[in-house]
Design a protein. Structure first.
Length: 137
């Protein structure tokens, strides 16, 4: 009958293996969709950028991705993003603001992003607004 000797090396290896497994479990859990990101938002919205409730850096882009045929304006913490600072790609329906390049800064802590959007063919009288909060590190 063989008996194995418990050595400090084997104990260390077992601890490292356990930490690796725990790290993998945490990483997989963090890769799951954020339940607060799934909302009852309208079908015209493909994505909110960044995802509601996410933690981002101060220079992270903010915006909205809409289905084709819509346009949008953005506000950051209640301040409208100037039209000439909004990056628009109508073919993709993407409206982005890059805080590092513009006049409005993201502040550390919670920041409120609002996108007002409407069908291009119908005009702003048919607008809706989607508001979400992101946390800046």
């Amino acid at each position: 009958m063989l008996t194995r000797v418990v050595t400090p090396r084997r104990i260390g290896f077992a601890i490292l293996l356990g930490l690796a497994v725990a790290g993998l479990v945490v990483a997989v859990g963090n890769g799951r969709p954020n339940p607060t990101a799934v909302s009852d938002r309208s079908a015209e919205i493909d994505a909110l950028i960044p995802t509601p409730g996410s933690e981002v850096l101060r220079q992270a882009p903010v915006g909205i991705d809409l289905v084709p045929g819509f346009t949008a304006t953005l506000t950051v913490n209640g301040v409208p993003v100037p039209e000439d600072e909004l990056r628009v790609d109508l073919s993709l329906g993407r409206f982005l603001y890059l805080p590092g390049e513009g006049t409005i800064a993201l502040n550390p802590g919670p920041n409120v992003i609002s996108a007002t959007y409407w069908p291009i063919a119908e005009g702003p009288e048919r607008s809706r607004t989607e508001t979400w909060v992101v946390n800046v590190l």
